[in-house]
Ligand binder design. Structure first.
Ligand code: GLC
Length: 617
């Protein structure tokens, strides 16, 4: 048991470690507002005291092994609670299935109260202290987190901090004219300043929600709404907002949430005349939040959602001395993966991975093929320029390809936020549908189905070869296809992201043991890959990684080395069988067949991969 004295001592020890930096950053950001700072510290103390003994033990255990989330056994799965199994209790009932899939980290998509029809998939929160009644209660959340912990699983949840729903209590009070609450958002008497902002701020949803501001008739004012008009941007220049929102985050941690996904991180600070993205103050805020979690709940990880070009993403790790996020999405590798699928040319991917491999190994990426959002084509166009690739044309090509509008493309995707002015559009669809499996099944074409399944498996093998934590989008393990029913739902029809947010098909899960059906072929193959990854040290996040030159632009080669194991991984993105012109001296074994195989001029079938391993004595 923890005595009160020990608690106080521990809190003081942790606070002392960060006090100077905390005070410095806070005072700088909030112009020496000592009252606000004192409030912030008291709030940290309160949440520290409220942390349950179980969670404290969890914290202590993790502090002893700070690398606990970097191992090769980490595997995530993300899901919408309602799509997965109705509600939080329903998720709890299916923990054994999740364990069976090998997941030890589940990301529950937004589940706090959010107005029906104006929720942006739960990303418009009207009460940060309340689970959406359709999904359960805060008690259910705690209960689920405890059950996950008992099963060795961590739980991740979104913390939607950039904005609240227009139904949030603060927003209601602001709407009724209360200036104190209006100062928690960005309100303007007329369109003059908003129009000035619009000159430099890009748009997130140019088609579904154009502009960054909305008219609020009740307040007779303009309010900043970067995302949907019902998502009101919070003003983090106001310390009360930061203090109370940090408290909301810590409250989730004290309900057993281990990983906090900081939603839309780059957007949380706004300054006129800038893009209102990635401003220096954002890093200060994230750094303070990191220190807050280190003090209150050091077992918690921060996962930044930074969907930006690589040069903007990496700074969110902070520095080794002053870390910000523990983990970030590897968004550019994800987008480059789909580019490579469409072009069958691995040169961009080689360049992209070369950059990732050069980063310090302390940086942990969350790798993924698909998530709940669209695929944005944020590729390195400066690099692609040398091959004559032009951004607008190329985006059009990729979108055409993945919508199945190109010869030889069996992908079935849909456009998202098509902005004809800029020639920009993003893309939606499940992994299986984008790999051509949906078209193959529709056409009843076994050859196409084989190719689609091979591609899907190869992409997972590539995912598992990357350093970091792979996270699977629920349903991908059985190759779930697009769900077109959103077209008929007036609350969803204009947001094509619902194409890949269909209900999990429990009736298809029973086919996961089949050797002939799509579900079983994918499920078994993916499980096999996961098990191999878990067994071999070479897949550890701290392995050395390099690009292996294959002298073939269709075949990507990756080398990994760790603790005496060396892996040569080859991925053939082409429709044809190809040869990787490599010449490695050691004796290798093919991890998929367990047979000896030379790593010299390796033949890799179309849309297939090879994992070769050798051990040094
Ligand atoms: C993030 C979410 C996305 C949401 C947006 C606004 O980007 O991933 O689904 O629409 O934030 O909260």
């Amino acid at each position: 048991m923890f005595s009160k004295l020990k608690l106080e001592k521990e809190f003081k020890k942790r606070l002392d470690r960060y006090y100077d930096e905390l005070k410095w950053l806070y005072s700088e950001l909030y112009h020496n507002d000592t009252q606000a700072f004192d409030y912030f510290l008291c709030m940290l103390h309160q949440y520290y005291k409220e942390r349950t003994p179980d969670l404290r033990e969890w914290d202590e255990a993790r502090e002893l092994v700070p690398d606990w989330y970097r191992g090769n056994e980490m595997l995530g799965m993300q899901m919408y609670v309602n799509c997965f199994n109705k509600d939080l209790k329903g998720v709890k009932e299916k923990i054994s299935y999740l364990r069976e899939t090998g997941s030890n980290y589940i990301h529950l998509m937004p589940l706090l109260e959010s107005p029906k029809g104006r929720s942006d998939g739960g990303y418009a929160v009207s009460d940060f202290r309340k689970v959406d009644p359709s999904l359960g209660t805060m008690e259910d959340l705690k209960d689920l987190a405890e059950e996950c912990h008992r099963n060795g699983m961590s739980v991740c949840m979104d913390f939607v901090m950039n904005h609240t729903s227009e139904d949030h209590e603060w927003a209601r009070r602001a709407r009724s004219g209360d200036p104190e609450y209006q100062s928690r958002y960005f309100f303007f008497d007329n369109w003059y300043i908003p129009n000035e902002f619009e000159k430099t701020v890009p748009q997130v949803f140019p088609t579904t929600a154009p502009g960054n501001f909305s008219w609020c008739p009740e307040a007779n004012k303009v309010v900043m709404t970067t995302f949907y008009p019902y998502q009101w941007d919070l003003n983090y220049g106001n310390p009360t907002v930061f203090n109370d929102m940090t408290a909301n985050m810590l409250n989730l941690c004290n309900h057993g949430i281990d990983i906090i996904r900081l939603d839309a991180t780059p957007y949380i600070w706004k300054t006129l005349g800038t893009t209102c993205r990635n401003l220096p103050q954002v890093h200060t805020l994230v750094r303070i939040m990191r220190m807050a979690t280190e003090i209150v709940c050091p077992g918690t990880l921060l996962l930044g959602e930074v969907v930006m070009e690589p040069s903007k993403v990496v700074p969110y790790f902070g520095s080794i001395d002053k870390p910000e996020c523990h983990m970030l999405y590897n968004v550019t590798t994800m987008a480059s993966t789909w580019h490579t699928v469409a072009t069958q040319d691995v040169r961009l991917m080689k360049h992209q991975l070369g950059q990732v491999f050069a980063l310090p190994k302390q940086y942990v990426f969350l790798n993924y093929l698909r998530c709940h959002d669209d695929i944005g084509w944020g590729l390195d166009y400066d690099y692609l320029k040398q091959f004559g690739v032009k951004e607008v044309e190329h985006k059009k090509f990729l979108n055409d390809y993945f919508c199945g509008h190109r010869p030889f493309s069996d992908a079935r995707g849909e456009l998202y936020n098509n902005d004809p002015r800029l020639g920009d559009a993003r893309l939606c669809g499940t992994t299986a549908s984008l790999c051509g499996i949906e078209a193959a099944e529709y056409e009843n074409n076994p050859w196409k189905l084989d190719m689609g399944i091979k591609l899907d498996i190869m992409l997972h093998a590539f995912l598992f070869t990357q350093s970091g934590i792979p996270i699977i989008y629920s349903g991908d393990e059985i190759g779930q296809l697009n769900d077109y029913s959103y077209h008929n739902d007036p609350e969803k029809w204009d947001d094509s992201r619902y194409l890949h947010r269909g209900n999990f098909k429990w009736d298809e899960v029973s086919s996961r043991r089949s050797n002939t059906k799509r579900q079983g072929r994918l499920y078994k193959a993916i499980r096999k890959l996961e098990k191999i990854r878990e067994k071999h040290d070479v897949f550890d996040t701290s392995a050395d990684c390099w690009i292996v030159e294959t002298y073939n632009d269709h075949v990507l080669g990756i080398g990994r080395y760790h603790h005496g194991e060396k892996l040569i991984a080859l991925f053939n993105f082409s429709d044809h069988d190809e040869t990787a012109w490599i010449n490695e001296r050691e004796d290798y074994k093919d991890l998929m067949t367990n047979r000896k195989r030379e790593a010299k001029a390796v033949g890799v079938p179309a849309k297939d991969f090879v994992w070769l391993i050798t051990k040094y004595k």
